[in-house]
Ligand binder design. Structure first.
Ligand code: HEM
Length: 196
């Protein structure tokens, strides 16, 4: 669904970002669902490989002191360990040791990647329901899709408040959107590779 904002200046930063990246997100949603990641545990294991690759890319951002200064508590939001545990749960094997393929990112670009990773936890409510149908749960195999104990919505709104309050020029915000699109496209490329 393509979202047009009537008055972008009156919207919040997150609303503008969502509008600027909606087509990229939609393309990714469709590609992922076409891969039928919830058709079997084997396919779900492939989906976990995609998530593992993406969250390896963003894990260093969640740990970065500068980003934690801007977004307090960011490090605690990182789901990389939960994904690794999901892989152990599902396959019985230790996940491959992988590292981020992003070089050093400038701050706005990094913020774009973090937006995509955090936002994907909001959409994960739907994915968790599908995983539960496969016999998985927030305690086994689908840990990384779980909502925060405080509530998925509240956890997201707290992130959004901090993110909307960051001082940022219009040019920076466009860079954030480009970073976010790159993140969506990275996940898309991982889906192509993994489900080829
Ligand atoms: C790993 C892949 C995915 C990533 C990186 C991702 C990313 C995001 C982001 C950034 C948002 C927040 C948008 C905002 O409100 O600003 C979001 C929300 C959402 N996503 Fe995804 N997404 C992914 C997969 C999916 C899939 C496969 C579906 C379903 C087919 C989906 C459905 C949704 C829905 C329904 C929301 C809105 C939730 C709400 O407003 O309550 N996403 N996702």
């Amino acid at each position: 669904m393509q979202i047009e904002l009537d008055n972008p200046a009156a919207a919040t930063r997150i609303q503008r970002l969502k509008a600027m990246t909606d087509a990229t997100h939609d393309r990714l949603d469709k590609r992922i669902m076409a891969a039928q990641p919830f058709a079997s545990k084997e396919r779900y294991a492939q989906f976990l490989d995609v998530q593992h690759g993406f969250h390896a890319d963003v894990a260093p951002l969640y740990a970065a002191p500068e980003l934690n200064r801007l977004l307090p508590g960011l490090a605690d939001r990182c789901r990389f360990q939960a994904i690794k545990q999901d892989i152990r749960d599902i396959t019985g094997n230790e996940p491959a040791a992988i590292e981020s393929r992003n070089g050093a990112l400038d701050l706005p670009t990094a913020l774009g990647w973090v937006y995509v990773a955090e936002g994907s936890n909001l959409g994960a409510a739907f994915l968790l329901k599908e995983a539960i149908k496969l016999g998985l749960s927030e305690d086994a195999g689908a840990r990384h899709l779980a909502g925060h104990p405080d509530g998925r919505g509240l956890h997201w709104r707290n992130f959004v408040s901090a993110y909307n309050a960051l001082p940022m020029s219009e040019a920076d915000e466009l860079k954030v959107a480009e970073g976010a699109k790159a993140a969506f496209n990275r996940v898309h490329a991982l889906v192509e590779e993994t489900f080829a």
